[in-house]
Design a protein around this ligand. Sequence first.
Ligand SMILES: Nc1ncnc2c1ncn2[C@@H]1O[C@H](COP(=O)(O)OP(=O)(O)OP(=O)(O)O)[C@@H](O)[C@H]1O
Ligand SMILES: [Mg+2]
Length: 234
Amino acid sequence: MLEVDGVGFAYGRAHVLNEVSLSVGPGEIVALLGSNGAGKTTLLENVSGLLTPDNGSVQFEDEDITGMAAHQTWNRGLVHVPEDRKLFPDMSVDETLDIGTPRDISDEQQASLRRRVFDIFPILEERLGQRVGQMSGGQQQMVSMSRGLMAEPDLLLLDEPTLGLAPDLADDILDTIAQINNEGTTILLVSQQALDALDIADRAYVLENGRITLSGTAAELRQTDEVRQAYLGL
Ligand SMILES: Nc1ncnc2c1ncn2[C@@H]1O[C@H](COP(=O)(O)OP(=O)(O)OP(=O)(O)O)[C@@H](O)[C@H]1O
Ligand SMILES: [Mg+2]
């Protein structure tokens, strides 16, 4: 479904990504692990079109999307839920869901997409009129993911969805990610909470200083010394 091949990217003269290659197959949850500043967010931005790779290519569903603008990849079903949630604090939940909703769908389709979102996050139905800036961090993460789900993504790029959340809430969000995947959405999950991410992932990659240094099934990676020491604290 997603094929990243030899992607390189520099901010000015600062090389952040070097020859990064990875793939995500239909139906998978693939985790991308790596410490602060490894280049995880930059990689997602190069995939979704917020940034354009200097080298290499990105294929999505057999189409070359290298350098395509973010609104075009979004329309194709590749949806990026960003690290800092990028919500407008003065907008209501209702208005925020509308941002993610394709403009050309019928009222019935919109209602059924909302129904699906409320099945996943029931609290949002009760909070439709609330300003998102007044909500807790966990609820804001739900709003940000829901805005993405309204686009009916084939592939969701999730950047640190549990960052800053209390452990219970983080567990809830991870369960929800597994549920969204079970219902048919493929997921590329960036997380510093490696143990949790590996719990729900099929496969994983480790990115260090802009290079992929390890990859394998989640079970394999959980057993490597590098991952145990660097990310699992074992
Ligand atoms: N807009 C920018 N301009 C210049 N350098 C940047 C910019 N954004 C990120 N960087 C640098 O690029 C490198 C990779 O950053 P990036 O945010 O992709 O890492 P990350 O793996 O997502 O880190 P974190 O786990 O902290 O989110 C870092 O050295 C960072 O300082
Ligand atoms: Mg990041």
